[in-house]
Design a protein around this ligand. Structure first.
Ligand code: CP
Ligand code: NVA
Length: 320
């Protein structure tokens, strides 16, 4: 651990941070993004190195972490299962011990959450979850920041980090890593998730890791889940690692496509989000994802800004 870092924190699930930490982080994201847009150099992470370990494919997560780390003056090392000893059965614990002696921060995208927890337990440096089967906290961080930017920012650029409080987010689709993370966020930040999944693909409060079942409501009919929602969001029918279920899922999810009819039931100013990659004509119609309520491109870009604030926080603590 580098001098100046008192208490090491990991970011393995959304609930690893408290509401007031999120309020702080969202303010930092706004500042960091504004500086970036103004071409102001901000390099607090000179000489710091991020190791990124990918056991699953990625476009956004890789580019956003890598570009973000370079912008902050640091550097990155990119590892995959196939091109490292991770794919040749070196114990995860040993990999964690070795990698964390050489870098300052580790981001991992893998399968079971237990794998990232085992890595973190043997790491000398903070570990960030870049997606597991159970959670995708960096994505929800970006999604919530995007909501704040769109619906909780004054004309002078002052943000209201609490603007999702009391609002309704409709989740249409699989009870997957994204759905679980939305539930954790709802519990911490005080909004409600209307969840509609096909039968057999429900969210499980235990897996989602929530204590308060008041933060979500289950709807059989996806149209009803969208009624009155402030934000409608969905994800692929088949997540990475579940490809063998592709055909079964295609049939089961046929009615869980976010289309214009569904969006019409949400509030007139409702936003549409999707973590991407998207399949037009499956979980979302082209009309919706390419339409005026969709903020998916800002959502993708914001991955980089929120992760810069997250890395700054994990490595340097609160600024100022
Ligand atoms: N949304 C997201 O995590 O995208 P990638 O799989 O491209 O990283
Ligand atoms: N639920 C999807 C998200 C991809 C970013 C998956 O896990 O594949």
């Amino acid at each position: 651990m580098k001098p100046g870092m008192s208490l090491m924190r990991h970011y393995l699930q959304f609930k690893d941070f408290r509401a007031e930490e999120y309020a702080y982080l969202f303010e930092r994201v706004a500042t960091i993004k504004r500086r970036f847009k103004n071409y102001e150099k901000y390099q607090p992470l000179v000489d710091r190195t991020l190791a990124m370990i990918f056991e699953k494919a990625s476009t956004r997560t890789r580019v956003s972490f890598e570009a973000g780390m370079y912008q902050m003056g640091g550097s990155v090392v990119h590892l995959t299962t196939g091109d490292s000893q991770l794919g040749r059965a070196e114990p995860l614990e040993d990999s964690a011990r070795v990698i964390s002696r050489m870098v300052d921060l580790v981001m991992i995208r893998t399968f079971e959450q237990t794998k990232i927890e085992r890595f973190a337990a043997h790491s000398r440096v903070p570990v960030i979850n870049g997606l597991t089967n159970e959670y995708h906290p960096c994505q929800i961080l970006a999604d919530i920041y995007t909501y704040i930017e769109q619906r909780g920012t004054s004309a002078r650029g002052v943000i209201d980090p609490d603007c999702l409080k009391g609002k309704v987010v409709a989740w249409v689709g699989d009870g997957n890593n994204m759905a679980n993370t939305w539930l954790q966020a709802a519990e911490i930040l005080g909004f409600t998730v209307h969840v509609s999944t096909p039968s057999g693909y429900e969210v499980d409060a235990k897996v989602a890791g929530i204590n308060n079942s008041d933060c979500y409501k289950v709807f059989k009919d996806p149209m009803e889940a969208c009624r009155g929602a402030d934000l409608v969001t969905t994800d692929v029918w088949t997540s990475m690692g579940y490809e063998a279920e592709n055909e079964t899922r295609r049939k089961a999810f046929a009615d869980w496509c976010v289309d214009a009819e569904m969006m019409a039931l949400a509030r007139p100013d409702a936003l549409f989000m999707h973590c991407l990659p998207a399949h037009r004509g499956e979980e979302v119609s082209a009309e919706v994802i390419d339409g005026p309520q969709s903020v998916v491109w800002d959502e993708a870009e914001n991955r980089m800004h929120v992760q810069k604030a997250l890395m700054e926080y994990l490595l340097l603590g609160r600024i100022g």
